[in-house]
Design a protein around this ligand. Structure first.
Ligand code: TYD
Length: 202
C-alpha cells in the first residue's frame, strides 16, 4: 500500500506521517517512511542542490531535478518496498511538483506528463493533504531557517495551496483534504479511520 502526505511548508504533514507510521507498525505491519526530495543517495544529493539558499536555479531546471529525484526514489525505494508487500508512506510525492513548480508558472500538463514518466505512472492509493492557511504555514517557518523554496514567501504559498486544492477537486477518490487547523491528535484519528478501511481490505 502506498500513501503520500502533502501540504504547504509548515502544514504539519511530517508529524502526521510519523504518527501513522507508528500506528501501522503497532499492528505488526512493515512500514517504509520516506520523503521527497530525497530517500536515496542520489535524491538526497539533488535535495541539497535544490534547497541551498545561495544558489539560483532556473524554474525548468528545478522541475527536472525534482523529476530526476522522484524517478530514482520510485525505482530504488518505493517499487521494491511495494513488491515486498511493505507499506510506503512518502512525505511529498508527485503532487508537490504540480503545486510548487506549477506555482512558478510552468505548464501543468507538462508537469503531469513528467510525473507520469518519472513514476512509471505509479500513484498513491491515498494522499492526505493537510490544508492550512498560507499565513499559518508561513509564520511557522519564519524562523530564519527556511530553505530556498520556502523563502519565496506568502504569495507563492497561496498559489501552491490553490493548486493543491485543484488537484483534490480533480481526484477526490485519491486526495483526502484535512483541515490542518485541527489539533494533531484529532487529525491522526481522522487519518487512522480512513486507513483502517485499507487494513480490512488487505
Ligand atoms: P522540505 O524541507 O522537505 O520541506 P517540508 O518539510 O515542507 O516538506 O523541503 C522540500 C521543499 O521542496 C518544500 O519547500 C517543497 C519543495 N518541493 C517542490 O517544490 N517540488 C517538489 O516536487 C517537491 C517534492 C518538493
Amino acid at each position: 500500500m502506498f500513501f503520500s502526505f502533502e501540504g504547504i511548508d509548515g502544514s504539519g504533514k511530517t508529524t502526521q506521517l510519523k504518527q501513522l507510521t507508528a500506528r501501522l507498525e503497532e499492528t505488526g505491519l512493515s512500514v517504509v517512511a520516506t520523503r521527497e526530495p530525497g530517500g536515496t543517495r542520489l535524491a538526497e544529493a539533488i535535495r541539497g542542490l535544490l534547497l541551498e539558499k545561495s544558489d539560483s536555479v532556473e524554474a525548468r531546471a528545478e522541475l527536472l531535478l525534482f523529476g530526476a529525484s522522484r524517478a530514482q526514489h520510485v525505482a530504488q525505494i518505493i517499487k521494491p518496498a511495494l513488491k515486498a508487500s511493505q507499506w510506503v508512506l512518502s512525505d511529498r510525492f508527485a503532487d508537490s511538483s504540480e503545486a510548487y513548480q506549477g506555482a512558478l508558472g510552468l505548464d501543468r500538463e507538462f508537469i503531469r506528463a513528467m510525473n507520469a514518466f518519472a513514476t512509471g505512472e505509479l500513484q498513491p492509493k491515498r494522499t492526505f493533504f493537510l490544508d492550512v492557511a498560507p499565513e499559518v504555514g508561513f509564520e511557522r517557518r519564519r524562523d530564519g531557517t527556511e530553505d530556498r523554496i520556502e523563502a519565496r514567501g506568502l504569495e507563492f504559498l497561496t498559489s501552491v495551496r490553490a493548486r493543491y486544492l485543484e488537484i483534490a477537486r480533480r481526484e477526490p477518490e485519491r486526495v483526502v483534504v484535512l483541515d490542518g487547523a485541527f489539533p494533531p491528535d484529532q487529525l491522526a484519528t481522522m487519518i487512522w479511520e480512513d486507513v483502517e478501511a485499507f487494513l480490512v481490505g488487505g
